[in-house]
Design a protein around this ligand. Sequence first.
Ligand SMILES: Cc1ncc(COP(=O)(O)O)c(C=O)c1O
Length: 365
Amino acid sequence: MGSIKKFFKPNINEAQVYSPGGILRLLYQQRQDWVRMMSNESPFEPSPRVLEAVEEAVHKANWYYDSDFVELREAIADYIGFEKERILVGNGSTELIDMIFRGFLNSGDQVILSDPTYPLYSIRIQVADGKSVIVPKILPDYHWDIERIIEATTPRTKLIVVVSPDNPVGNTISENEMRRLLEQDVLVVLDEAYGEFTDKTLTHLAKEYDNIIVLRTLSKAFGLAALRIGYTIAEQEVIKYLEKIKIPFNVNYIAVQAALAALSDKEYLEKVKKEIAKGREYLYREISAIDGLETFPSQANFVLVKITKPNVTGTDLEWKLADKQILTRKYTGKAGLVGEYVRITVCSMDKNRKCVKALQEIMRE
Ligand SMILES: Cc1ncc(COP(=O)(O)O)c(C=O)c1O
């Protein structure tokens, strides 16, 4: 018998396992009473309508339910302004990201990513046996380099991925820039996981272009991260194609009922959006005023903080905040980011204040 590894596919064997949270992961799991500013979650518990719907739905957990999710697709269609035939739901948008790469990439096909961006993308491309082509964003504000993305587009390019607002910077691509990418002969993924927090989303471009695949989620503004509901909006032919990859019952009945309830509560959503905008503005203003820290303007539910004080690293700041029971995420040495950073998720105002106070104390040391 040789090594059991001879049965492994090299592209999967060489892929990393995505680790939400790196070294502080155990603390994230065990210290649920600490201030959670590390995972871009909503700080608010779901709408009371969701709690009620979940309680009721669990009594029907013995059933197989509709695997086409017609009712949910109708509700999403209503919310987002597209026909239900142009919508596919997934177990979080993460499942849809995976389905897109499995569906469109042949071995060695290229996908253009702009670093820094959401690190899950390059891992899922590798697992699908594709090749990430990284076009670095432009310093100092890490904006997309549209010219270089277009230059990098070759006959081997299947997809361009744009995350907007991007994670971890929080900035957005402009509509004109997006249009220029959509004019290329490739598929363009537009990940708007944080779309609810922006002044203006670009989802509407799916009404004009047949090569755009928009990704949205109920994990962020709707506060359903643990229930795993995401969706994609694309040309009907693309949806029909992706449906062939989708496993039956990929989203569970309880989550579907929760999503229906969440989408019905517009007042809740507006309140969350307002609170996050207020908290973001507060964090941006107060953290920017601290000596040794700089903050990037953000359109998402987090702010990226750059450490400009010599000899203080992202790891130092992450751990010093954890000493004060505040969990954040360091971004040091991560693809394309030059310097030392910590990403901080916007929380409720009392927790935002606690975080600012902690940062003021730490940076005075
Ligand atoms: C840019 C981006 N896309 C997608 C996701 C995944 O979201 P979901 O919970 O819908 O799988 C995240 C999660 O943090 C994200 O930051």
